[in-house]
Write a protein that binds this ligand. Sequence first.
Ligand code: C2E
Ligand code: CA
Ligand code: CA
Ligand code: CA
Length: 279
Amino acid sequence: SKSNGTNGYEFYSEELNQEIIEFAFLEQELKKAIENETIQIFFQPKYNAKSESFVGVESLARWTLEERGVISPSTFIPIAEKSGLIVQLDQYILKKACIQFKSLIEEGYDLKGLSVNFSQLLFYHDHIVDFVLETLKAAELSPVQLEIEITETIAMYNTAYTLNILNELKSHGIRISLDDFGTGYSSISYLKVLPIDCLKIDKSFINDLIVDKQSDALVITLISMANILEIDVIAEGVETIEQAEFLFKHHCYDIQGYLYSRPLPLEEMRTLLQQGSSR
Ligand code: C2E
Ligand code: CA
Ligand code: CA
Ligand code: CA
């Protein structure tokens, strides 16, 4: 059925075929990488301006494919989500990240928490709360040391079901953070219902700070929204001192971004923590 159309059809079908082949190839390789545990975990520190120190780390998945080199999360996370592999991937990352984070704590680094990204599909996985609690227990971490980062899309599926799971996680002391804040559709009333501990201002807003007055006003508004709701606030994607100073001036003291550090493998994170956060 592929060869009996018009030229236009054939061209279209050829391109589509390529896409399907590429998707299938990456999906298969990703599956292997998860099974063989060759997906790496990088950590990016969260800096607090009041204590002038790193207070936590976020885990970020990294994948290098021999014949291709580094594959960006923006490529493989959507593939993992479409194929359902994200459930195994996120569970694997959670386990590994907990163990590696625990090793940092045992070495005496004073980090309050580990933040892990949770995809929407994970919430529909059976016994997800038990899985999280068991993973924490196995790594000898307390639930209060874990923060789960969810996106507004998950929050949007504000079904009784999702809300239940979030509440259950929270009842054990696990923190819930709303990632990419400002890019979705959450309203104030919505945020009041969700058991959110922290709003993470999306890096697209931080990127335009100072050069764009509208972004300045938006960021100030997002910070005050958090203040009104008595929710913590953190800014991601902070790259310059000017951006950091703007945020501190407007009472956002927690920041994450290349200004302090790129995401790093465990060994390099250890070195960074040894040096402290003095820039
Ligand atoms: P995210 O959770 O919003 O993570 C922040 C992204 O911004 C990361 O990209 C990080 O490397 C990057 N970043 C941090 N600071 C800066 C900065 O100062 N400037 C710029 N330009 N970028 C900065 P990364 O690691 O490529 O991850 C992209 C997205 O992929 C993440 O966005 C997250 O949504 C997803 N992701 C990554 N790892 C996982 C995972 O283990 N599970 C799930 N479900 N999603 C993941
Ligand atoms: Ca995140
Ligand atoms: Ca984000
Ligand atoms: Ca993002």
